[in-house]
Ligand binder design. Structure first.
Ligand code: PLP
Length: 376
């Protein structure tokens, strides 16, 4: 399809052909509204029910605890606003490396008077449970620590944090957008999780919020009785069918996919770290997602590197945001204590099941060429 080398699989993935085939009927002939009472509606509703059951059995929860959303952002926002709203206030604790879907939402709540604090990771990017424990307050109502970070891929000790929160009766939420389909789900002691289909070869614009039964939470969207009255709006049947198929495929082939992606990533990392000077890996090497290599390159900014790789047909992303021409360092990397300069020179490479060793080779060559030229 493309002559580009796509190494930005943490941003999004290609739709799997098998997923597309499952979705197509619901975009064409089977276009019924899942809330309609007639035969067309009942067929759409049956497809959604089947998808919900599949997802519940993968997560290890009841179908009533699975809510369909438009993706990770919506799940994150809902959990935070919904729990805070139902508790009529209280302290919110987030890790400083959460996705903006939680951090911006928390900052909106702060502007309305909420008490928000952040817990920082150690230098390897891990949010230690004891740091979380120290930051809890008597009135903490929500703790959010993601399953794996989107920039560094570093895997967080969510099991320990979940049980700590459970023992204090605090709602623990884990953003699983990056880990869904890669790590096993573990919802024990967890109040809620969220994820998006497009990160595991499913469609964009559809995701899941798992919310533990009995959690006090306000509804997300007022409207019809879709999602048991918690999120009104016509059901995205094709997307939900696609999400369930994509997640089933990802979980069935998890070991094989992880092995393949890890060997591509490791071969890339081993080559770059041994053959290129002035390169370092950000974040723990072992406790990270198999797809992720986040590298800092001396003598070049991340944005420059992204642009120069793009000119050579390699798609990656920088761990920094370019605002009005000035590069701001990644808040995730600086939260780990990385020097601003190192953070500004970082690039995220994320591999996927469709990548090849030839692409690894061509990317390593492109990096060498760019650095030779830029560093003179
Ligand atoms: N959380 C994490 C960790 C993410 O990486 C992303 C997207 O990259 C999101 C939330 C938001 O997901 P979406 O864009 O599908 O709403």
């Amino acid at each position: 399809m493309s002559d580009l080398i796509y190494l930005d699989n943490a941003a999004t993935t290609a739709l799997d052909e098998r997923v597309l085939q499952k979705m197509l009927p619901y975009l064409q002939g089977e276009y019924g509204n899942a809330s309609s009472q007639h035969a067309m509606g009942r067929r759409a509703s049956a497809a959604v029910m089947l998808a919900r059951d599949k997802i519940a059995s993968i997560l290890g929860c009841t179908p009533e605890e699975v809510y369909f959303t438009s993706g990770g952002t919506e799940a994150d926002n809902w959990a935070l606003r919904g729990i805070y709203g139902a508790n009529k206030g209280g302290h919110i604790l987030l890790s400083a490396i959460e996705h903006p879907a939680l951090i911006s939402c928390a900052e909106d709540l702060r502007a309305q008077g909420a008490d928000i604090s952040y817990v920082y990771p150690d230098s390897s990017g891990i949010v230690q449970p004891e740091f979380v424990e120290k930051a809890l307050k008597d009135n903490t109502v929500f703790v959010g620590v993601m399953s794996a970070n989107n920039e560094t891929g570093v895997i967080q000790p969510t099991k320990e944090i979940a049980s700590l929160c459970r023992s204090r009766g605090i709602f623990y939420y884990s953003d699983c957008v990056q880990s869904a389909g890669v790590l096993p789900f573990d919802i024990e002691n967890t109040g809620g999780i969220g994820f998006s289909a497009h990160k595991f070869y499913g469609p964009k614009g559809v995701g899941v919020a798992y919310l533990k039964k009995g959690s006090a939470i306000t509804r997300l969207l007022s409207g019809g009785m879709q999602e048991r009255g918690m999120r009104g709006g016509t059901t995205f049947v094709a997307g939900i069918v696609g999400l369930a198929e994509a997640l089933s495929l990802a979980m069935e082939n998890r070991d094989e996919n992880n092995r393949k992606v890890r060997s591509l990533r490791d071969s890339f990392l081993d080559r770059v770290l041994s053959e290129v000077e002035g390169v370092s890996l950000n974040g723990d090497r072992k406790k990270r997602l198999p797809a992720n290599a986040n590298l800092a390159f001396e003598g070049v900014t991340g944005d420059q590197m992204v642009m120069l790789l793009d000119m050579r047909g390699v798609c990656v992303s920088a761990g920094s945001a370019c605002a009005a021409g000035a590069t701001t360092p990644s808040y995730v990397l600086t939260a780990m204590g990385l020097d601003e300069k190192v953070a500004k020179s970082s690039v995220r490479f994320t591999f996927g099941k469709n990548n090849t060793f030839d692409e690894v080779e061509r990317t390593v060559q492109a990096i060498k060429e760019i650095l030779n030229r830029v560093r003179g």
